[in-house]
Design a protein around this ligand. Structure first.
Ligand code: CAA
Ligand code: NDP
Length: 293
């Protein structure tokens, strides 16, 4: 039987954390947004307000809904602030050791009946669940980017996830207006098992000189009707996240077809992580994006 969720904690206020807080608050949930830096939290609130205002301008929501949604979001610099949440969704960086540490610290303060979820793009739900004190109340709730615009959420059960947790997560996702696809707990689940090898292949296409950035993106936008070219999309997702997902696929499935492209590795090593650092396959520091190769 599903449990009633009223208060939702979100750990990590990057692009995904912002988006999840946005849609949850708009759906009427009280939201506590956590990050390690106060500056990050302030900029997250400004971003959420900006996106809500755009929805008002497009007459998709009312000004009253914007104000009420913003008022439902509070921020917390430490995990103590999430202690009385009914559901906590972790959406910090795609690094297993970071997530494990967060879950360990979270479970020490979180009420025992609360559900813990991860928005991980690729990491084993069963393994992450094992770093909590409640594997039966742990689940993957994987939103897509940008959260307010994308219709899908993947739900992934770990080996121990119980039916009540699954039903509660399903109900929550329905209330925030998204549809679900259920995935088994395999590396990168469904969407990223398919999408990331395509992006990695686009980077190999660039690396091998088959085409430049503009040609590759134009080819897939105009030739396959993708809304964004694969390199533009990689920059949008974050090249660090793309690399982490490819590493999880490569290690988890032990197949050389998932080998991360050395050029992707090089960009990440340079700190060129895409839009979030203003430089990736495009340079975003000017008026319009300029290809970097
Ligand atoms: C890595 C993972 O683990 C999984 C993933 O998420 S993989 C990534 C999946 N996402 C994609 O593949 C995105 C592909 N791109 C697209 O679908 C489109 O380019 C897009 C939806 C991002 C933008 O579409 P568009 O038609 O060019 O722009 P636009 O009309 O301005 O935006 C459409 C909607 O998205 C919203 N939107 C666009 N960018 C946004 C952003 N960064 N944040 C929040 N909302 C955004 C707009 O507000 C608009 O919302 P409304 O429908 O309420 O008006
Ligand atoms: N980008 C995408 O398209 C998608 C990403 N995801 C997944 O969502 C998660 C977040 O991705 P995304 O939002 O893009 O990443 P971002 O880099 O935009 O944001 C991550 C945020 O988490 C913060 N953070 C890091 N460590 C901690 C911590 N210990 N406690 C609290 N906050 C922390 C970061 O702070 P700081 O920068 O200061 O380190 C940053 O603000 C990842 O697991 C990713 O795989 C899922 C779907 C789509």
């Amino acid at each position: 039987m599903a449990v009633t969720i009223k208060k939702v904690g979100v750990i990590g206020s990057g692009q995904m954390g912002n988006g999840i807080a946005h849609v949850a608050a708009l759906a009427g949930f009280d939201v506590v947004l956590n990050d390690i830096s106060d500056e990050r939290l302030k900029s997250a609130m400004a971003t959420i307000n900006g996106h809500l205002s755009r929805q008002v301008a497009k007459q998709h929501i009312t000004e009253d809904a914007r104000k009420k949604a913003l008022a439902r979001i509070t921020s917390a610099e430490t995990l103590d602030g999430l202690a009385d949440c009914d559901l906590v969704i972790e959406t910090a960086v795609e690094k297993e050791e970071v997530k494990r540490k967060i879950f360990h610290e979270l479970c020490a303060v979180l009420k025992p009946e609360a559900i813990v979820a991860t928005n991980s793009s690729s990491i084993s739900i069963t393994r992450l669940a094992a770093s909590t004190d409640r594997p039966e109340k742990f689940i993957g709730i994987h939103f897509m980017n940008p959260v307010p615009a994308m219709e899908l959420v993947e739900l992934i059960r770990g080996i121990a996830t119980d039916d009540s947790t699954f039903e509660t997560a399903k109900e929550f996702v329905g209330k925030v207006g998204k549809q679900i696809a259920v995935s088994e707990d395999f590396p990168a689940f469904i969407v990223n098992r398919i999408l990331l090898p395509m992006i990695n292949e686009a980077i190999y296409t660039l690396y091998e000189g088959v085409g430049n950035v503009e040609a590759i993106d134009a080819a897939m936008k105009l030739g396959a009707h993708h809304p964004m070219g694969p390199l533009e999309l990689a920059d949008f997702i974050g090249l660090d996240t793309c690399l982490s997902i490819m590493q999880v696929l490569h290690e988890g499935l032990a197949d050389s077809k998932y080998r991360p492209c050395p050029l992707l590795v090089k960009y990440v090593e340079a700190g060129w992580l895409g839009r979030k650092t203003q430089r990736g396959f495009y340079d975003y520091r000017g008026d319009k994006p300029v290809p970097t190769r």
